[in-house]
Design a protein around this ligand. Sequence first.
Ligand SMILES: Nc1ncnc2c1ncn2[C@@H]1O[C@H](COP(=O)(O)OP(=O)(O)OP(=O)(O)O)[C@@H](O)[C@H]1O
Length: 227
Amino acid sequence: MSETLISVENLSLSFPNHPVFSDLSFQVNRGDFLGVIGENGIGKTTLVRVILGQLHPGVGKVIIKQGIRIGYVPQFRNVDVEYPLSIKDFVALNFTGLKLPWLSKKERARVNQVIKQVGLEQIANRPLGLASGGEKQKAYLAQALINHPDLLILDESTASLDPNTKKELLDVVFRLNKTMGLTIFFVSHDMQMIHEYPDHYLWLQKGKYESGPIADLHNENKEGQYV
Ligand SMILES: Nc1ncnc2c1ncn2[C@@H]1O[C@H](COP(=O)(O)OP(=O)(O)OP(=O)(O)O)[C@@H](O)[C@H]1O
């Protein structure tokens, strides 16, 4: 039996005069690669905020397994070319944000390890501001990995990348899922990506939702408005 990391039970949530979820239930088990899909404004980021504990459910339960660590990769935001930190230093910020440049030997080794996992070792000393969009996003991914998360949340992290760069980032995430069993909560409005990488899906729709193994996400849906 796999271990449940997130259990959402009969969640209903509304903003004033604006219902977002009604009776939403799903689970995420250790090792899952869940793709969360839905059109703009449907509530994907709201769901991430609920899981991160920033928003409290109105009705229902959201149970996060005690003691798990969550890594978060935000939507791509450009970084100014003048940004002073190297990729390596940027990744290390997630240890405390204050210790730079006084990292322990062990911390340095961990930085090098995650940089290697995301494939940035050749440019680790390059200023982050001079990295390409895809490289910046990989740096955010490495930063999210630094504290050994059990669960990685990617919130539209590939949205503004070109198709090849998107694929490159998702290939890294896929490898982490398959080789290390890292649990992935991948939020996207790109139906093609959802068909390609996750093993389960949660499709948020107006007033309802669908979820299940990815094989149940039918082809007629693939032809829908998200392609
Ligand atoms: N704090 C808030 N107060 C009121 N309404 C909100 C608040 N946060 C979000 N909303 C509304 O709730 C709905 C869901 O927003 P959310 O950001 O979760 O959607 P989304 O699926 O992530 O959209 P996108 O794909 O565009 O990022 C939207 O209509 C949004 O305007």
